[in-house]
Design a protein around this ligand. Structure first.
Ligand SMILES: Cc1cc2nc3c(=O)[nH]c(=O)nc-3n(C[C@H](O)[C@H](O)[C@H](O)COP(=O)(O)OP(=O)(O)OC[C@H]3O[C@@H](n4cnc5c(N)ncnc54)[C@H](O)[C@@H]3O)c2cc1C
Length: 381
């Protein structure tokens, strides 16, 4: 259960975090644990869902463990195999383990842990960043808040930096869009411990069983193909019809879409404003690392924020700290993004390339992938 939202909008705090996804919520948890006056705002009502494959890497699990909240995954499912499927072939390959949990549960649990540690959570509250202050709006109430440090964790659909051209997005011209839905029955047979990945020239669709009985569907699709098919549902139905899948439920289910996925900001920090998670950059979902990057940056940012808060730095004095976060980000995250970009680019070709990509992210499995997929299962030209 979510703790009740705070009645009053704050006018000041040590650290204001915008967006209560994994990045913002873990940052709020760690900031509150340090004793900082921490405010976490999200424009959504919680619990809220999000288009996502819901699969968390072991690195992501480690972040939750280090934050002292490993138990929030106690009931998460495990996956250890990926079944790559094309129109003609399929191959099941073992992969490093992932934990699977719905985003309603995961995000709510991290945000709840943050409030237990002392963070104030304001849901249904939209934030708009001005120079050194933030306009918070809930229902008809509005307040200007002047935090010592502002963390932006509002994802790829975030609106808090709308008026800050310095943080403009660069979006890749060939970017795909995300699609997602929750189903009670999988359109194709699906084992409990596997990720089924339908790989097409114009995108890919992942299916996993969430704890309980529901199925999470998440896809990255070429927007032009989605338009040509007649919309997201028609695109998905065409893909599953080609596999002789059962599309009855898909035809009646609301499909959620996302903006174009592959994007990065011109910068990830300025004075006392710091960007983390998808709000800083995102690539594609094929490697299932987005939540991990969000948790990693949400954890790493705290030492930088702490410098500003404990030294009582004014925004104009915070530039060296902002530069340090930019350098740290470039060093630690950018190579991971480039690797994901390489995988995402190669997966735009048929199954053979998908298998090669997997081999590149799981080198120890390369030989088994090569033996079982590349040689045996190669898609005919
Ligand atoms: C199709 C698809 C499949 C994916 N599959 C996986 C997967 O299997 N594994 C994985 O690890 N990752 C996956 N991802 C990526 C993952 O979903 C994201 O990387 C992750 O959610 C990023 O977390 P975040 O905290 O940065 O942002 P988000 O989770 O997007 O949270 C941002 C929050 O900010 C709030 N917000 C936005 N604007 C404002 C505002 N102005 N004021 C206040 N609040 C605001 C939103 O309501 C939202 O709650 C997938 C993504 C897609 C599109």
């Amino acid at each position: 259960m979510m703790p009740s939202a705070f009645e009053t909008l704050p006018t000041s705090c040590d650290i204001l975090i915008i967006g209560a996804g994994p990045a913002g919520a873990i940052a709020a948890l760690l900031a509150a644990k340090k004793g900082f006056d921490t405010v976490l705002v999200d424009r959504a009502a919680f619990p809220r869902n999000k288009v996502c494959g819901c699969s968390l890497t072991q690195r992501g699990v480690n972040q939750l463990q280090s934050a002292g909240i490993a138990e929030i995954l106690d009931d998460a499912a495990h996956i250890s195999r990926i079944r790559l499927i094309t129109a003609h072939r399929s191959a099941s390959i073992s992969i490093p383990p992932y934990r699977v949990i719905s985003r309603e549960l995961l995000d709510t649990r991290i945000a709840t842990a943050a409030t237990s540690a002392g963070a104030k959570l304001l849901t249904n509250t939209s934030a708009l960043v001005h120079t050194n202050c933030v306009n918070l709006t809930r229902n008809n109430q509005s307040e200007l808040c002047t935090p010592r440090c502002i963390i932006i964790a509002d994802g790829i659909s975030g609106t808090s930096l709308r008026d800050h051209p310095a943080f403009a997005w660069t979006i890749a011209p060939a970017s795909r869009m995300g699609l997602g839905a929750t189903l009670s029955k999988s359109p194709i047979p699906l084992e409990p411990n596997e990720l089924a990945m339908i790989v097409r020239d114009d995108g890919y669709i992942g299916l996993v069983k969430l704890p309980g009985s529901t199925i999470d569907l998440a896809a990255a699709a070429d927007p032009a193909s989605v338009r040509a098919a007649g919309g997201p549902a028609a695109w998905l139905i065409a893909a599953f019809t080609q596999l002789a899948g059962d599309c009855t439920q898909l035809a009646k289910t609301r499909i959620h879409g996302t903006p174009l996925l592959t994007r990065k900001r011109n910068r990830v920090a300025h004075e006392n404003i710091f960007l983390i998670g998808d709000a800083a950059a995102y690539v594609e979902p094929f490697t299932g690392e987005g939540m991990t990057w969000a948790l990693e940056t949400g954890t790493q940012i705290i030492d930088f924020a702490a410098k500003i808060i404990t030294n009582k730095l004014l925004p104009s004095q915070a530039t060296p700290t902002a530069q340090a976060w930019q350098a740290h980000y470039n060093h630690s995250l950018a190579p991971k993004h480039r690797n994901c970009e390489r995988v995402a680019t190669s997966v735009r070709s048929p199954l053979r390339h998908a298998a090669l990509s997997l081999a590149s992210i799981a080198p120890s499995l390369a030989s088994s992938i090569a033996a079982r997929v590349l040689r045996v299962r190669e898609v005919p030209a």
